[in-house]
Design a protein around this ligand. Structure first.
Ligand code: Z5A
Length: 222
């Protein structure tokens, strides 16, 4: 029998995370499918960095070597948070406030993993910055697609030219993945999916884990 969770639970903010080529695009399609099946129709999609006109400009600055000047690690971090604050305040919070569900391709966990793990920026600096600009705002659920960097990058390479970040060394992506795994291991709002499997198996795992999670969100009657 079909359960219409939308009738019994509040709208949620769901984030998909993982290294490039992890399969975030198809994961989002699976999440949408599960939500549609549950009767959810009002869904807002976002991506990071980006999602507002200013944040999209910042995205181009972050991803492409637009100007002939090295981007310092801290400047990159601040650009990412500038884009994130714009998106959270102008798009995500208003959408949640009017009752929409929000699905984001990446969010804050990316900064903790890429800038914290990959770049080696002090994790306390990142969490202080996060707390200062986002306060008590967190995703309800993050699906982290775990994949070895070589596998993800091979998939990304098939798509064509790599951008500034994708050209980083494998060691950078190894550190990023280790940080993702460490953070996912201690946070119950993060579900890890083994993305190094055929697409049909990954899709089934996403659907199953998300459906379980949605069931657990339905308030029990006293
Ligand atoms: N970044 C950061 O450093 N700090 C931050 O705070 C934030 C971001 C927010 C964003 O780039 C970059 O910014 C990213 C992190 C950094 N850079 N790096 N490096 P983006 O948004 O342009 O790219 P991305 O987020 O990494 O997306 P992506 O490369 O498109 O990855 P994906 O969405 O996971 O990949 P996909 O398109 O779903 O799949 C790639 C291909 O693999 C595609 O052809 C699929 O059909 C195929 N695929 C997917 N799953 C499978 C399986 N299971 N088997 C076989 N083939 C598969």
């Amino acid at each position: 029998m079909k359960n219409n969770y939308e009738l019994t639970m509040n709208n949620k903010f769901i984030v998909i995370e993982g290294l490039e080529g992890a399969g975030k695009t198809s994961a989002i399609a699976q999440v949408v499918d599960v939500l549609h099946y549950q009767g959810v129709r009002d869904i807002v999609f976002t991506r990071e960095p980006g999602g507002t006109p200013l944040a999209e400009v910042l995205r181009r600055l972050i991803k492409t070597k637009l100007i002939d000047e090295p981007v310092t690690d801290c400047a990159e971090l601040l650009l990412l948070y500038a884009a994130r604050v714009q998106l959270v305040e102008l798009v995500i919070k208003p959408a949640l406030a009017r009752g929409a569900w929000v699905i984001s391709d990446r969010h804050d966990l990316s900064s903790q993993a890429y800038q914290g793990g990959g770049r080696g920026i002090d994790k306390h600096l990142i969490t202080s910055l996060r707390d200062a600009v986002l306060g008590n705002f967190y995703p309800d659920l993050t699906l982290y697609l775990d994949i070895p960097p070589a596998v993800g990058l091979a998939r990304a390479c098939e798509r064509g030219k790599l951008d500034r970040l994708e050209l980083e060394s494998i060691a950078f992506f190894d550190r990023t993945r280790e940080r993702y795994q460490a953070l996912a291991a201690v946070d119950e709002r993060i579900i890890t999916i083994d993305a190094n499997k055929p697409q049909s198996i990954v899709s089934s795992a996403i659907r199953e884990r998300l459906t379980q999670w949605l069931r657990a969100q339905v308030p029990t009657t006293p």
